[in-house]
Design a protein around this ligand. Structure first.
Ligand SMILES: O=C(O)[C@@H](CO)OP(=O)(O)O
Length: 248
């Protein structure tokens, strides 16, 4: 039996301001840092140890991972930063307030944009200063591979190869892995792992800063999964994520 821990980053500045974030590289708030520290403590107290960690190339996830590893006194753990764990690209929505967008276009439309499998936001124009074309974090990628928008389906298409090429082989070697990533890159990974239908994935939200343990059998099929933290706090955090798309 293998165990892997997934964690969404702690609260970011744009989570706090309720803006569509995607590939925008915003940092954690003080609350986000506290969430990461608490997660590290919970993991340490539950006896978890890691041999390898994965994160995105976005600082809210990287910093969350650093804080967790620091709190666990495991800062030596090798870290792979891979763009394929980035948040799903939110196209032209990036920077807009979610409640204002819901007031303008309706809550249903915003829910579809946030949680449906195939719907993507309008793409950024190639000359939009918000594109990642000139960001050195993506220097190894050809321009065609840098998205201007993504649906969850597109996110699955980039996360899946990372799982099969890198993460799964390391788990098979016996490595104990922590993945600090984002709401939608984790939804994409979990959709594949748990074989969740395109329709049902709309119901899955991931709270910020809560360690989620997956137990996997020898074929790396999930046997069970559970959050480690306080259930009341997790329920509240989930409610908060869901409410971000409401007009009020
Ligand atoms: O804005 C975003 O990038 C994501 C995560 O914060 O938001 P949502 O939960 O709306 O998909």
């Amino acid at each position: 039996m293998h165990k892997i821990v997934f964690m969404r980053h702690g609260q970011s500045i744009w989570n706090y301001e309720n803006r569509f974030t995607g590939w925008t590289d915003v940092d954690l708030t003080e609350r986000g840092k506290k969430e990461a520290k608490a997660a590290g403590r919970i993991l340490r107290e539950a006896g978890f140890e890691f041999d390898l960690a994965y994160t995105s190339v976005l600082k809210r996830a990287i910093r969350t991972l650093w804080i967790v590893l620091d709190e666990m006194d495991e800062m030596w753990v090798p870290v792979v930063c891979d763009w394929r764990l980035n948040e799903r690209h939110y196209g032209a929505l990036q920077g807009l307030n979610k409640a204002e967008t819901a007031r303008k276009y309706g809550e249903h439309k915003v829910h579809m944009l946030r949680r449906s499998y195939e719907v993507a936001a309008e793409p950024l124009l190639p000359n939009d200063p918000r594109t990642s074309y000139n960001d050195p974090a993506y220097a190894s990628l050809s321009k065609e591979r840098i998205p201007l928008t993504e649906s969850l389906k597109d996110t699955v298409a980039r996360v899946k190869p990372l799982w099969f090429e890198s993460i799964a082989p390391e788990i098979r070697k016996g490595k104990r892995i922590l993945i600090a990533a984002h709401g939608n890159s984790l939804r994409a990974l979990i959709k594949e792992l748990d074989n969740i239908s395109d329709k049902d994935i709309a119901l899955l939200n991931i709270p910020t800063g809560q360690p989620l343990v997956y137990e996997l059998d020898d074929e790396l099929k999930p046997v069970r999964h559970y959050y480690l933290g306080d259930p009341a706090q997790i329920a509240e955090a989930l409610q908060e994520v869901e409410a971000q798309g409401s007009a009020s």
